[in-house]
Write a protein that binds this ligand. Sequence first.
Ligand code: SF4
Ligand code: SF4
Length: 89
Amino acid sequence: MPQTLHEIPPTPINTVNSANVKTGGWRAFKPVCDNSKCIKCWTCWKFCPDVSIAISEEGPVYDYDHCKGCGICAAECPVKCIQMVPENK
Ligand code: SF4
Ligand code: SF4
């Protein structure tokens, strides 16, 4: 068990701002919202762990460069207007 900082082995680190790392390429499913059913509660925005949802008057706007497709927004949406669709469709 390391006792000091200098005893901890080197680990990989990200040397650039995470905004520049486009993690959307990891995604197998992407969230798509039916804005006609959206009640603008912004639960999806609150729960997205990747800060990949922006608020607009029409409904959620996804940042597909960074959304990893975890599906949390779809699971938490109270009216279930977000569908996770296969990325290649
Ligand atoms: S959680 Fe669902 S209803 Fe609420 S803003 Fe997001 S998409 Fe719309
Ligand atoms: S699928 Fe996950 S990462 Fe993508 S917008 Fe929804 S909560 Fe955020």
